[in-house]
Design a protein around this ligand. Structure first.
Ligand code: HQG
Length: 188
């Protein structure tokens, strides 16, 4: 179980590595990497986490529940594995998805989704999970959860491109409504 400090640091890293590096004057390279020393320096200058150092970042990365971040092989850089709203190239190779993938959302979005399909909204991609439990947790963030089954293999066969992030999240640009069905029987 991650400590509350770890969770706060993970949220801070998600914010600067996925959405707003400029909030602390940080610059990511084209592939989404930030230099860890510079990140630490900028975080300190911004008055964030006085105790944040390299070993604490390593601990947060290693123990993160969703493995949201990776550190480069040389140990010098860090990036988020998925979830970006800013334009970075994660250089993920297209991959063949399983027959079904799942998307958890809130009941209030359902009508719109069943009409227009799943849109990526602020992020690069629509996020899909391989298991229903994860989808329920994702949906719960926005309200009463509802789970959609995505006919992923059929989409793939019909030319839609899928990617698998380093931390096991399936990504695709858009899921038209025709490939979605509501999973009626799930625990909430
Ligand atoms: C919904 C978290 C209306 C969509 C999670 C979702 C995930 C529509 C919301 C990752 C729609 C976008 C991503 C449409 C989609 N009409 N609503 N046509 N199409 N939506 O947060 O998938 O903890 O950008 O259903 O675990 O919820 O941050 O996407 O409810 O893996 O690592 O619009 O973020 O990971 O919300 O979550 P998000 P998401 P982390």
């Amino acid at each position: 179980m991650a400590s509350s400090v770890h969770i706060k640091i993970s949220k801070f890293l998600s914010y600067v590595l996925r959405h707003k590096p400029e909030a602390i004057g940080l610059t990511l390279d084209a592939w989404g990497w930030a230099d860890i020393d510079i990140l630490l320096q900028k975080a300190r200058e911004a008055g964030k986490f006085k105790t944040l150092d390299r070993s604490l970042i390593q601990k947060v990365v290693a123990t993160n529940d969703k493995k949201r971040f990776v550190i480069s092989q040389d140990g010098q850089r860090i990036r988020a594995s998925q979830g970006h709203s800013i334009d970075v190239n994660l250089q993920l190779a297209p991959a063949e998805p399983p027959v079904f993938l799942y998307h958890g959302t809130a009941t209030r979005f359902l009508d719109d989704i069943l009409q227009k399909g799943l849109k990526r909204q602020q992020r690069h991609h629509v996020h899909l999970s391989q298991d229903i439990e994860t989808a329920i947790r994702v949906g719960q963030r926005y309200g009463k959860p509802v789970i959609l089954t995505v006919k992923a293999q059929l989409m793939y066969e019909q030319g839609f491109v899928f990617f698998l992030s380093d931390n096991g999240v399936w990504l695709t640009a858009h899921v038209p409504a025709a490939y979605l069905t509501r999973l009626a029987d799930h625990r909430s």
